[in-house]
Write a protein that binds this ligand. Sequence first.
Ligand SMILES: [Zn+2]
Length: 473
Amino acid sequence: MKKLLLLFYFLSLNLMANELPELGSYTDNIFSSADEDKISKQILYQVNKNPLVVKDSEIDDYLSHLGRRLMNGTSLANKNTKFFILNDSTINAFATLGGVIGVHTGLFLAANTESELASVLGHEIAHLTQKHLPRIIAKQKRDSYKTTLALAFALLVSRSNPDLAAASSTVANASAVQNTLDFTRKHEQEADREGIKILDRAGFDVRASIDFFKTMQKGNQFSQGAAPAFLRTHPVTTDRISDIQDRLSEYPYKQRLDSDNFYYVKGKIRAFLEQKNTIIKILETNIKNKSYINESGERFALAYAYLRNNMINKARNELQIIKKKKAPNPMLLNLEAIILIQEGKKNEATKLYKKGLTMFPSHRAFVYGLAEHYIRSSKTTIAIDLLNEYLLIYPEDPNLYELMAKAQAGEGKVLLQHENLAESFYYRYNIKEAITLLDLAVRAKDGNFYEKSRVESRLKELKREWALFSKGL
Ligand SMILES: [Zn+2]
């Protein structure tokens, strides 16, 4: 497996190799919570416009549920930590300022068990709970942390733009990486130790952390040439591994079964992100030779790979085999509904979506699927009722607003279409575009008095927010 290890905490690149201050000895408010919020929104804005960010609600929801479970009992339990997935085959996850954690698809694919995936997330969450960034930045002058922030953004942007990637690794190399290695090791060790506690508290197998390090080290041996210099020197050392091993001896062995969702999510990622023309052959061969960790996960991937190639009957066959073996699961139901739609069985698909929503009311993919299905079948008023119902529960869900905009467009409602599209941009952290669309909504010829005054006051509100936001820190 030609994957490289990149478990890096990228802001640590720009640091001096000083002792860490004790937790609590610095002022926690190096960033005010308003600053923190602003940084978080700026990062999430970059994230949302990044074309490599995976926008699949099932994969997204799985990751944030797993994240929330791991954060339970930590100082982050009630904080608004955001997770996102980047389509990148390297094995990596990173925690940034503003409580944002990114995970590469390569990490999902390389993790053999859910505990292995959780071990990396736990490590990243520990970087946040240990406030490594505020501790780092507390050592810097007000001006130089802006440089740090700029570097953070450059690296984030570089993830979607290969041309910039070259430029930003030069920046990284120039920033005295060698000097920061000791510092980084301390952070990494602390995150490893805290990560184990987090993993244990959430009921995962703590030994997975060591298993996964070994998997990654193995992968790393084959990718020396491809790895940029600062990655080659990144310290996943035998020291670090033996430190983890020492800690693990305190924990009794705990067997833990992986959730079906872990394998289904992994399957979906493989089906959509691996090479379209080779993935079917690979999965078929694996199933034929029984070379897989989880048979249903493998078949689930194959079913989606078939769908991607319009091989609907074959997809249906795989689904039938899985259904005989496995418990009802929202991801299975969603797959079946998609197959039914492709088979042209629209009424059956509608029924299944509704059943899915009754059985698994928080599985948003059903709402999206059902609303889209209604919009495509010109049943826009039913779509609008459904979306209104769920907007009450999820008033910050950009997908619901986007679908609502489509449904309102179908009804010929200009003001409502622009208003909802504006909200979808707003909740993807693009305030500027939201303002442009609200401007259009205000100028729309339709809309009653009540609707007009609502969009006018919302426009004022967003303009105020934008003025604050664009002022900088
Ligand atoms: Zn780390």
